[in-house]
Design a binder for this molecule. Structure first.
Ligand SMILES: Cc1ncc(COP(=O)(O)O)c(C=O)c1O
Length: 392
């Protein structure tokens, strides 16, 4: 039995579409970032030394005093966790009566894609955007159309043009400290986008795993608080621990019911024990205080990376100036190709993500993403010095 060539499309009798799973050369290169000597600015990873290991261990210990946490459970999720998450969202200015607990917000994206997209559907996405959302949408056979963004996030006039030309049913965006740009959509633009959505029967997917990681300035109201045509996705991954794979989805009641049925078909429910531990953790710990500690450290790491950029990047490079989140987005001058530069960078034991994969249609090869959260200030200094050797 041979191993299937990864470049070959999967063809199954009666399958209505073809999934072509290309092995990306960049993915192969990034596999090399796990060498211990590499300082990686590539992954969007939280800092492991900041995980509240003792708090999480104690929460599992308490949760496991009840045998029921090892049993099957309702698809909607643990009632205590749903209440606690709803109360947190309400406290942050998004009145919420219920949520669906998902296996990370990635699953919420897959559920939305399954329920709302398919061949013939059109989904508009902020460009550039989170590449695993693009993958999710591509797999449904829907057509993806890009909407331009700038330093203030998605550009409403570009959305108007896309709506007029393509009539999308869904708009996906990461409006607060976006992946990959780190940028935040202004409050005025949020209001305008909510208006466009209402006028054109457009559903909005507001993906918000980073919103609580703010290092300066004040919070901008969630799009979901301005438009009831919004599906809001949250996650424990960046403020807690991604290994627990816990996310939540807030949507109008009818849609929440539909998405619950789709989830039932996908995995019956999210891990009972992980949900129970998260509920105990939220009830017994001050998550806000933990997030404040994360923000103090990540803010210092952000500052260290931004301070090093002028001496690291060639003249003419531009970059975003994120108020929070995990990422700085850069564009090199001229016709630079960041995927080629990554090869050199890896020889100097430093890594980043080339930007092309974050584009739905026409990639800009001169772009790249740097993440500042998973390395200490000292490691960032050393990593940026290595990058300077490659780029200058
Ligand atoms: C914008 C965005 N959405 C969703 C996810 C998925 O997060 P998780 O499934 O861990 O909640 C990520 C992870 O990096 C992300 O950046």
């Amino acid at each position: 039995m041979g191993v299937r060539n990864q470049e070959a499309p999967i063809n199954v009798k009666f399958m209505h579409r073809t999934l072509s799973v290309a092995s990306s050369p960049v993915r192969d290169l990034l596999a090399l970032t796990s060498r211990p000597e590499v300082i990686s600015f590539a992954g969007g990873l939280p800092a492991p030394e900041l995980f509240d290991l003792d708090g999480v261990r104690a929460a599992y210990d308490l949760a496991l005093r009840d045998r029921a946490v090892l049993q099957y459970a309702p698809t909607e999720g643990d009632p205590a966790l749903r209440d606690l998450v709803s109360a947190r969202l309400t406290g942050r200015g998004l009145p919420t009566s219920d949520v669906l607990i998902t296996t990370g917000s990635q699953q919420a994206l897959a559920l939305v894609a399954t329920a709302m997209l398919g061949p013939g559907a059109v989904v508009a996405v902020e460009e550039p955007t989170y590449l695993a959302a693009l993958q999710c949408f591509q797999m449904t056979g829907a057509r993806i159309v890009p909407v331009a963004s700038d330093a203030d996030g998605l550009v409403p006039s570009s959305l108007r043009s896309v709506v007029a030309a393509e009539n999308p049913g869904l708009l996906y965006l990461v409006p607060t400290f976006g992946n990959p740009t780190g940028r935040t959509l202004s409050a005025a633009r949020r209001a305008e986008i909510a208006e466009i959505a209402a006028a054109h029967d457009l559903w909005i997917v507001e993906d918000d795993p980073y919103g609580e990681l703010r290092y300066r300035g004040s919070a901008v109201p969630p799009l979901a608080s301005m438009s009831d045509r919004t599906i809001y996705l949250g996650s424990f991954s960046k403020i807690g621990a991604p290994g627990m794979r816990l996310g939540w989805l807030r949507a109008p009641a009818d849609l929440l019911r539909t998405l619950t049925i789709v989830k039932q078909a996908a995995d019956l429910h999210t891990s009972t024990v992980d949900q129970a531990a998260a509920a105990v953790y939220l009830a017994n710990n001050d998550l806000d205080a933990h997030i404040s500690r994360l923000c103090a450290e990540y803010g210092a790491r952000r500052d260290a990376m931004l301070a090093a950029l002028p001496a690291t990047m060639p003249a003419g490079t531009t970059w975003s100036d994120p108020d929070g989140g995990m990422f700085v987005w850069l564009r090199l001058p001229g016709d630079a190709d960041s995927a080629v530069l990554l090869k050199d960078a890896l020889q100097h034991d430093v890594a980043f993500v080339p930007g092309a994969a974050f584009f739905a249609t026409t990639p800009d090869h001169a772009t790249l993403r740097l993440s500042f959260t998973a390395n200490t200030v000292e490691e960032i200094g050393e990593g940026m010095a290595r990058l300077a050797k490659v780029l200058l």
